[in-house]
Write a protein that binds this ligand. Sequence first.
Ligand code: PLP
Length: 444
Amino acid sequence: MTTTMSLPQVRELRTEIPGPLSRELQQRRTAAVAAGVSSVLPVFVTEAAGGVLRDVDGNSLIDLGSGIAVTNVGNAAPEVVEPVRRQAGEFTHTCFMVTPYENYLQVCEELAQLTPGDHDKRSALFNSGAEAVENAVKIARRATGRQAVVVFDHAYHGRTNLTMALTAKSKPYKHGFGPFAPEVYRVPMSYPARDQRSGAESAREAVDRIEKQLGADTVAAVMIEPLQGEGGFIEPAPGFLPAISKWCTDNGVLFVADEIQTGFCRTGAWFACDHENVVPDLITTAKGIAGGLPLAAVTGRAELMDALPPGSLGGTYGGNPLACAAALGSIRAMREQDLAAAARGIQDAVMPRLRSVAEYTDRILDVRGRGAMIGVEFVKAGGDEPDPELTSRIAKTCHEKGVVVLTCGTYGNVIRLLPPLVIGHDLLDEGLRVLEEAIVEHTR
Ligand SMILES: *Cc1c(COP(=O)(O)O)cnc(C)c1O
């Protein structure tokens, strides 16, 4: 890597995980923080850089989660930190809707250039992924004059009211939180490891549902994660996305790609839609865009985005100048260090190793994903029944050994790897070795 990292890029355990100081903070936390906000691994972080997190007990952990696909350029990347520091000394906020500033424009210009398609584009900036998704729905409805929004099985689009309705999984995201927003319809997702069907066949089924149950002319938008995140790192069979996208175009329905998790080099291209040359009408981005500062965007065809009247989009903090400075630094790092290629390198390092582990056990149904977004799906012996208990035992062993891995999936039976794209190969190797050993320990 061209950048120097302030923390040694090594795993080093000084106490058990979590250590005594983290456990003390955990007690204070229970008394002050709502129980509904949980943590995967309750070590309290004091410092982070590149692919390492250091905690209050002095332990250094390998980060294979990037704070859920956010620190793609590495934690506290100098390319992000320096411009943010500078911006903070100049001004921290004016509200773009009151008096604008240039770095908001620069982020929108970058988005127009980087997102799929060479048509005329406009963007609007927000604070969180859920907020971007909500605004994409507003834009789609207003621009088409239609109301229905189609989403997929296993989809995850956020935790606000409208995005809960778009999200598939009930517990913990939706259960008890209704009533949900109306005019949201769910259709089957292509899931090659379980349905063994081609992308074209699965697309035909989804389209048939939409046409028979809704009628194409009521549908404002079809929204899809091109490679599903929280739902289990499910990558649709080749041809699925292009077929859905084509049907949308033929029927005046907007194809909305939710690239909040997959975007910004994560899958080995700037955006996951690029792998099949799919050009969405609207695209939502967040997570990896700004190296850890809260920023999100909707980018879309100029005529759709400009169909909404002044004042109908926005928010007090949307496109905050510190977040925009961070995004510009992060995009620059991705470009200069070719982090899309780095993500492909991570895929080349990780896939063969996990696939060879899978050969020794019938408890792994599938190893899948693209770039630095790779999932391992675990099942019970002798079949394909999901095994969330095994999955969490393996994750827990990794955590105790100082490797941060995350789980996901409608059935909670997928371990997902989302390392920072700048992770050194020694560190990645070591993290993988810990994961491999944990898999072997719990499946033999
Ligand atoms: C994380 C995520 C969201 C929600 O983003 P927040 O910033 O947590 O609101 C929406 N869609 C996808 C695909 C995501 O991964």
